[in-house]
Design a protein around this ligand. Sequence first.
Ligand SMILES: Nc1ncnc2c1ncn2[C@@H]1O[C@H](COP(=O)(O)OP(=O)(O)O)[C@@H](O)[C@H]1O
Ligand SMILES: [Mg+2]
Length: 364
Amino acid sequence: MASVEQAQAALNAVQDAGSGRSLIELGWIQQTRIVEDRAVFRLALPGFAQSQRDRIAAEAKAALLALEGINDVQIELDQPSGGAPIGAAGHGQGPERGQLPERQPIPGVSQVIAVSSGKGGVGKSTVAVNLACALAASGLKVGLLDADIYGPNAPTMLGVADRTPEVSGEGAQQVMKPIETCGIAMVSMGLLIQENQPVIWRGPMLNGIIRQFLYQVDWGERDVLIVDLPPGTGDAQLTIAQAVPMAGAIIVTTPQLVSLADARRGLAMFLQMGVDVLGVVENMSVFIPPDAPDKRYALFGSGGGSRLAEEAGVPLLAELPLEMPVREGGDAGRPVVLSHPDSISARGFLALAHQLSAAHLVPA
Ligand SMILES: Nc1ncnc2c1ncn2[C@@H]1O[C@H](COP(=O)(O)OP(=O)(O)O)[C@@H](O)[C@H]1O
Ligand SMILES: [Mg+2]
């Protein structure tokens, strides 16, 4: 006869498709118990995860029925609407909701746009930094939050790696001043992982650090906050998507078809969490050799960006070339938009900024 612990261990394998986290850990599966030969648990899915319900129910049932002595599975749905139970007779008990807390806007920040990708190294930070600079060049008040806590690149790309932000206040009231550079206000873990850093920013939880970057930074008045995410569909994506209302996310990909599967996962995660995907940016579309600027080489193949955009029914916002000044600008701390404003890449970033602000930032 299986124990409750065994039932929980079996259920621990059932995961949220978006974050890959166990539903028990997320608190979406609760109150597991065994009644004679029947396993019973409560399923409390937040609104954005309701589409996973049937899959989760099927996986949970299969996992539990595989246990010795379990012949029946009952799932109590915990929904505001008091949905019917799946499986054997039982009551779907309502309305203590499994809903997550409401998203909380950042005072003074009008819009938030996240820059994400399935894979690392596709140019997410390059796009985030240049997009932020291009938006600022168009006259908007722009913030940049580098949410890549373990691999922060924005400070180097913006030439501020040696600066330390001012922190004022005590404890939970501590507030950090963003670094002003290239016409934007930015924060990054890269500014804090030096000696003498204030303790509050050393929190072990990525989730907590990102929330501090959102809510304990004196962002001032910002037309838009660009968030540079780490690659993939992990905790940073989850935290941002759950914490703050967003205009939407941009997915960066290379044209390579093999990286499409990752990009698709990233895109699907945002949609599943109720975050709009504003479009796809294809980076490194073609290589433009510096000594033969009329030539184009499709180093990474072609078609990835447009295929992804088409599949998801979202616009292909830009196709940016692979150009030496982009990499040089990133390493030198002077984004290509500012260092080579006439280059094809810089013009691509400016056009991207223009499109986004016309569609999502400038009030009608
Ligand atoms: N369009 C481009 N042309 C030239 N180099 C690029 C381009 N996009 C990115 N890079 C370079 O590729 C490297 C990875 O880019 P990065 O923006 O850090 O990727 P990610 O944030 O997705 O990991 C960096 O050295 C960057 O300068
Ligand atoms: Mg990056």
